[in-house]
Design a protein around this ligand. Structure first.
Ligand SMILES: C[S@@+](CC[C@H](N)C(=O)[O-])C[C@H]1O[C@@H](n2cnc3c(N)ncnc32)[C@H](O)[C@@H]1O
Length: 201
């Protein structure tokens, strides 16, 4: 069984874990789970799903989450946008966080960047669409790399069905591991939050 086939099976586990939570958010590239576990403690009525490519990070993060008695967060191992598609049911997420994805600064490596039109199409499918009484799920992107930030914004401009919303929202948001590093260095961070307004892109 491929890792992403395993994730399709893990969906059942995810659905069971999310039962009773009115809001679900996903952190893609969750690393050591700092943002995920701290978000869970700060926002106990929200379930936080982590997807991370390195299995040792997933194992250690889940161990820490269990040791701390946190019941509203868990990580799964998954690689690339396909893992988001495999694990997360459609129209499921209230927010999707992608913080400091690998920037792949050299032009010949840009094709490896996570945030591209194909990723945005999957993200749109996984976020809850605008509906009567619901404003639509939000994609929150952060990077320290100015070129990647421009590319992200260009991709968003080219795709229909997104509208920019204020970065600050109603939830308490801890800083991520990489955000801590760049804030300490005083380096600028690009942040953009966009709401999904269209059921199809
Ligand atoms: C630069 S770190 C940022 C970590 C965290 N989001 C933060 O803000 O501190 C990128 C993380 O994403 C993971 N990652 C990179 N590419 C990935 C991919 N294609 N699929 C899943 N995880 C990925 C890496 O293993 C790493 O933990």
């Amino acid at each position: 069984m491929t890792p992403n086939q395993e994730l399709v099976q893990a969906r059942e586990e995810l659905l069971a874990r999310c039962t009773g939570f009115h809001r679900v958010e996903c952190d893609f590239g969750a690393a050591k789970g700092k943002f995920l576990s701290e978000s869970a403690v700060l926002n106990p009525t929200v379930f936080f799903v982590g997807i991370e490519g390195l299995s040792e990070r997933v194992r250690r993060s889940n161990k820490k989450i269990n040791r701390l008695g946190i019941t509203n967060a868990a990580l799964w191992r998954g690689w690339g946008k396909e893992s988001l598609d495999a694990l997360i049911p459609d129209a499921f997420l209230d927010a999707l966080h992608v913080s400091f994805p690998d920037p792949w600064p050299k032009r010949r490596h840009w094709f490896r960047r996570l945030v591209n039109p194909e990723f945005l199409t999957i993200a749109a499918k996984k976020l809850k669409a605008r509906d009567d009484g619901y404003a639509g799920g939000v994609l929150r992107l952060m990077t320290d790399h100015p070129g990647y930030f421009s590319a992200m914004k260009q991709h968003l401009d080219c795709e229909r069905g997104w509208e920019e919303v204020p970065w600050e929202d109603d939830l308490e948001r801890p800083v991520t591991e990489f955000e801590t590093i760049f804030l300490a260095k005083g380096e600028p961070i690009g942040r953009v939050a966009v709401r999904r307004i269209s059921p199809t892109l």
